[in-house]
Design a binder for this molecule. Sequence first.
Ligand code: ATP
Ligand code: CA
Ligand code: CA
Length: 422
Amino acid sequence: RVLVGNLIGEDHVNYVLMYNMLTGIRIGVSRCQAKIKRPLTDEDYLARHKYSFDIIGNELTPSAKYDFKFKDYAPWVFRDLREEHFHLDPADYLLSLTAKYILSELGSPGKSGSFFYFSRDYRFIIKTISHSEHKFLRSILKDYHEHIKTNPHSLLSRFYGLHRVKLPRGRKIHFVIMNNLFPPHRDVHETYDLKGSAYGREYPEEKAKLNPRAVLKDKNWVNRGRTLELGPEKRALLSEQLRRDMEFLKRMRVMDYSLLVGIHNMERGNRDNLRENQLSVFHPTVPRRKPSSVKPAAEASNVRKAIRRSDPKSLDVASQLPAADSADLRHFLFYQDEGGLRATDEANGNLDVIYYLGVIDICTPYNTAKKIEHLWKSMTEDRHMISCIDPLQYGHRFLNFLLSVMRGGDLSLRPQGLLPDR
Ligand code: ATP
Ligand code: CA
Ligand code: CA
């Protein structure tokens, strides 16, 4: 699982797929965008718009290099999510993805066989998903939309679009567009994918030493003695948002999601050039944004404002989470410090670490997880290969583990296999 992509040139096996995906997005999204905004209806969640591209073109679609079909799912809903809730500039979105027709392919980092592609500016990720994940996402779209509406600071993957490309020989490829949690302008020194489970949750340490971009897991986190260094204010806010997001996933009966954690050490800065190397692979002329310096005072006051807005008498700490009030990523509570969340001490003062956090891989419902487990068991004849627990237990184990890894967290919340040795 190495976060380095290969630029897709015309001789790449997936060039045609990339071309078709980007053409579909460009036409589909701008079609919807060109219309006057209207309130959403129930039909919008189920809607799908079909486009048929060919080398000649017609009144609906301009000519394209290849013949293919494209489906745009719930375009009005995603437009609303992008503009009203994720505060994306519509022109920016299209330009990032389709101005140059450059994507880099991460290949298939997971067991699932999904492919990952980065937009040339590294802001967006296209992930191919299975038909069942696709159906599942459509089925929960209304709830997801509602959750994002009521939780502007949600840590869940931000879905910006859901599409399908059908190639001439009939191969159907479903994909989502989502946020890249990691910043284009900073090295991420350590990456973890945390689920709160011990089983199979260790990346071999010998291999990790040779590969600074390895995605480490729960056991590595525990064995390396990591904690999320957050002061009382941020700890309370993050815990509460994680709890709400977990409750939502539990209600949707989702399994197997994880918290992706990227750690940037500000003292170490970008001198290892992990980021530079990556960017040169992605796009040689990517504009290198000057890292704007973090303004500690402004940042602290934002959090304080968030706290002040809450009703102290209310048991619902939830109200500490303010509504998003700006069209800028930096105004999302957990993404406002250089695109991430800066570590703080017990007096809520800044520490020199930035976390990049998000809950990812949220489209696997319990039934699919069980099926995969049975398939594994039948192939490996290992009854203990994967222990599939229900979404309720999964969610609580996940949240408890994350609460336990915050500084001062309660170790008794952890499963046995994830307790430190000493
Ligand atoms: P599996 O089902 O085997 O876990 P998957 O194909 O569903 O794999 P994910 O779990 O979604 O893949 O992601 C795999 C890896 O890709 C993550 O561990 C992370 O390193 C990277 N990744 C996924 N989503 C993002 C994101 N939004 N931002 C940055 N990196 C991501
Ligand atoms: Ca995963
Ligand atoms: Ca998955």
